[in-house]
Design a protein around this ligand. Structure first.
Ligand SMILES: [Fe+2]
Ligand SMILES: [Fe+2]
Length: 436
C-alpha cells in the first residue's frame, strides 16, 4: 500500500517522498487521541478512513498547524487527510461508536534530514516485521562460517525457533519452523546467496512442514528467496532475482464434438453474460463479459484439470499442494475489450496458485489481437514487483494454457469488426486454489 500510494502523495504535497511505515487501528467507543505531533518517521502522514460503523458519523480529525488556526477534517469511508505529522499537532475527540477503522501511511522527504536513515522505518524492506529482540546482526551472511559464528555465540538464539518463509519459483510460498542452529537453515541461506554455484544448485531439500502434512521437497535451484523471523537475515540486496515463470500449453484439449457443444452453449446463453468486474474495483482495468454458470461444462473442466494437475505442477515447478477448489468461469472478449496488466493471486486471492485458460472460438477466426502478454517478476529489496514484458501468446483455438497465478499478465486489446457475440474470443478460465 505504501509503495503504491507513494507517487500520488508525493505529487499531492509537492515533495519526493519515501515510505516509512503503516498501520491500521480500530477505535472503540469512547477512545480518544490526545493532542500530539508525530515522531520523525511521520514527516508526511495520510490518515485514511477505512470503515465507519453503522449509524456513526464521519471520522473526525482535529489539526493545528503552526501559526494557523485549528482545522477540523471530517472523513467518510475512503477519504484521507494528508498532513505534516511532525509539525501539525493533531487529536481526536471520543469516538461515538465502536468500530471506526483508520489506516495510517507515513512518509519522509527524500531531500529532508531523515532520509535515508528512516526509510522503511529502519527496516530492511517494506513489509518486514519489527524485531525488538533481535540479536545484533551482521550486514549480510554469505559465508557459512559467518552464520555459524553468530548463531553459536548467542545462547538465546540457539534456543530460538525461526519462522522461515521460502519463496519458490512459480511464486509458490511456504512457511516452515526451524531451530536457529539447524544446519538446514544455513543451507537454505546459502542456496540463495550462492545461486550460481553448481554444487549448491544441485542440493535437494526435504523439509518437514508440520505434523501431518508430510514434507516439502524442492531443489535448491527452485529457491528464489528466504525470509526469516526473527531476522538472521540474508541480505536481499545481494541479488535481485528475476522470477522465470513457466507456462504449459496443451493443444487440441477437447474433442471436436465437445468443443462444438461448448460453442453452442455460449451462443445459447449469450444473453446471460455480464460485464466483468475486478477485485481491485478499478473498472477501467478490464472490459469483457463473463458467465459463472457453465452447466455441465463446469464439472467436465474441473475433472479434467484435476487429473492433469500433477503433471502440470511439475512442469510449472510448483510443488504439489492440497487443492480446495477449482474456480471456473466463461469469459468473452469482443471488440475493444482488454484486461490490463494484473496478476490473479493478489492479496485477496493469495490461495490461487495456478491459472488456466482454455481458448475457443469460431473458425475461421473473426477477431484480431487478444494475445496474452506475460511479464517477468522481480524481487526488489525483498518486494515482489512486475518486471519486463516476456512473451505474447496468441489465443489458439482449442488449446489450454496453464501458468502460475503469481505471474503478471495482460490481455491485449481485441479487434472484432463484426462486434457480434458469436465472433468473440471465448475462454473457459479459472484458478486452482490451495486449501489454507
Ligand atoms: Fe499522530
Ligand atoms: Fe488474469
Amino acid at each position: 500500500m505504501l509503495g503504491w500510494i507513494n507517487p500520488d502523495v508525493s505529487r499531492l504535497v509537492g515533495l519526493d517522498l519515501a515510505p516509512t511505515y503503516s498501520y491500521t487501528r480500530i477505535y472503540a467507543k469512547g477512545d480518544v487521541l490526545a493532542r500530539h505531533s508525530d515522531r520523525d518517521a511521520c514527516e508526511i502522514s495520510a490518515s485514511v478512513s477505512i470503515a465507519i460503523p453503522k449509524g456513526g458519523g464521519p471520522s473526525v480529525l482535529h489539526l493545528r498547524p503552526p501559526n494557523l488556526p485549528e482545522a477540523t477534517v471530517e472523513m467518510f469511508e475512503g477519504d484521507a487527510c494528508v498532513y505534516a505529522g511532525t509539525e501539525v499537532e493533531h487529536w481526536r475527540e471520543p469516538f461515538p461508536e465502536d468500530g471506526y477503522i483508520q489506516l495510517f501511511l507515513h512518509f519522509i522527504d527524500k531531500h529532508g534530514e531523515h532520509f535515508p536513515e528512516l526509510i522503511y522505518d529502519k527496516r530492511k524492506y517494506l513489509g518486514a516485521p519489527y524485531l525488538p529482540s533481535v540479536p545484533p546482526r551482521k550486514a549480510s551472511y554469505v559465508r557459512e562460517a559467518e552464520i555459524v559464528e553468530v548463531l553459536e555465540s548467542k545462547k538465546e538464539v540457539r534456543e530460538q525457533k525461526i519462522a522461515v518463509t521460502l519463496l519458490l519459483k512459480g511464486g509458490y510460498q511456504r512457511c516452515v519452523t526451524l531451530d536457529a542452529t539447524d544446519p538446514v537453515l544455513i543451507s537454505l541461506l546459502e542456496a540463495v546467496a550462492k545461486r550460481n554455484d553448481e554444487k549448491t544448485r544441485a542440493t535437494v531439500f526435504n523439509l518437514e512442514i508440520g505434523n501431518e502434512e508430510g514434507s516439502l521437497v524442492f531443489a535448491a535451484s527452485d529457491l528464489v528467496a528466504v525470509s526469516t523471523n526473527p531476522a538472521i537475515s540474508i541480505d536481499l540486496k545481494i541479488e535481485n532475482p528475476e522470477f522465470e515463470f513457466s507456462r504449459v500449453v496443451k493443444e487440441d484439449y477437447l474433442s471436436k464434438k465437445d468443443m462444438a457443444k461448448l460453442l453452442k452453449f455460449v451462443e445459447a446463453h449469450a444473453g446471460e453474460f455480464r460485464r466483468s468486474r475486478v477485485t481491485s474495483g478499478v473498472r477501467k482495468a478490464r472490459r469483457s463479459l463473463v458467465l459463472y454458470d457453465l452447466g455441465d461444462f463446469g464439472e467436465m473442466f474441473r475433472e479434467r484439470i484435476s487429473s492433469d494437475l500433477p503433471a502440470i505442477l511439475e512442469q510449472l515447478k510448483i510443488p504439489a499442494f492440497p487443492v480446495s477448489e477449482i474456480e471456473c468461469q466463461l469469459t468473452t472478449h469482443n471488440n475493444a475489450h482488454y484486461f490490463r496488466r494484473h496478476r490473479d493471486a493478489g492479496a485477496r486471492n493469495a490461495a490461487r496458485l495456478v491459472t488456466y485458460v482454455y481458448y475457443f472460438h469460431k473458425e475461421p477466426r473473426r477477431f484480431e489481437g487478444g494475445s496474452l502478454r506475460f511479464y517477468r517478476g522481480r524481487l526488489e529489496n525483498g518486494v515482489y514487483i512486475c518486471g519486463e514484458a516476456d512473451i505474447d501468446l496468441e489465443p489458439t483455438n482449442n488449446s489450454m494454457l496453464f501458468f502460475p497465478s503469481a505471474c503478471y499478465h495482460e490481455v491485449l486489446p481485441i479487434k472484432c469488426s463484426s462486434g457480434e457475440f458469436k465472433d468473440g474470443r471465448f475462454t473457459v478460465n479459472g484458478w486452482v486454489r490451495m486449501a489454507e
